[in-house]
Ligand binder design. Structure first.
Ligand code: MLT
Length: 211
């Protein structure tokens, strides 16, 4: 299968060396969904918001799933490589630094961001994972980052889609392999709350001083 380009919105910062916020929507969303959050996190960043290339009954996603919470891991690999290929091309075209990209993803978007952390461990400068699930279970060669990037990981205490023990295992996996994970458990379900975004924005500002 050939890589396809992704639909996207790019909002350049006047500061050329700014960070780039990579926004990744949840199932059924699109590249407009998370745009309103960008300013709260980093008013000086370039903003790149992309739409997943997979359609599930008309709903955009970043990779295929076999059932709720059961991922087609071959497709996770393919779509992650496709996204990185797209990102690297766009970094040249739009002139942003590919080493200064911070991903912010919700649900399925958090899961493709997690796959970036696992398959391209040195790539992202950090990641915000809202309601994530571990996207890959069987990485033969493991993964490791030497950049010790910060990762914000927020779960919903009554989220019916995720097993709390799986969250703990996923946090441990990321930490063991070199990421600095901050976990927040919110009294909520799968939906994103103001507490998630407020705490994540505070976390972002304490980890990423203006570039
Ligand atoms: C979703 O609804 O998107 C799932 O909870 C997560 C996923 O499928 O990646």
């Amino acid at each position: 299968m050939e890589y396809q380009p992704l639909k996207y919105i790019f909002q350049p910062s006047p500061k050329l060396d700014a960070r780039t916020l990579l926004l990744l929507h949840g199932t059924g969303g699109d590249e407009r969904d998370l745009l309103p959050l960008a300013n709260q996190f980093d008013p000086e960043a370039h903003v790149l918001s992309v739409r997943g290339n997979v359609l599930e009954q008309g709903m955009p996603r970043f990779f295929r799933r076999l059932a709720m919470g059961v991922f087609d891991e071959i497709d996770v690999h393919f779509r992650t490589h496709e996204l990185v290929h797209f990102l690297r091309d766009l970094a040249v075209k739009e002139d942003f630094d590919e080493n200064k990209v911070v991903a912010l993803g919700f649900s399925n978007g958090a899961n493709i961001a997690g796959s970036l952390l696992m398959l391209y461990p040195e790539l992202l400068a950090g990641a915000i994972l809202f309601r994530p699930m571990q996207p890959l279970t069987d990485l033969r060669d493991g993964f490791r980052t030497s950049r010790q990037q910060p990762v914000f990981f927020s779960t919903g205490a009554s989220d019916p889609t995720v097993d709390p023990a799986a969250n703990t295992k996923y946090v441990k996996l990321l930490t063991t392999n070199g990421y600095r994970v901050t976990r927040l458990d919110v009294a909520a379900g799968h939906n994103l709350t103001r507490e998630d975004t407020t705490r994540a924005a505070e976390w972002y500002q304490s980890n990423f001083a203006p570039a």
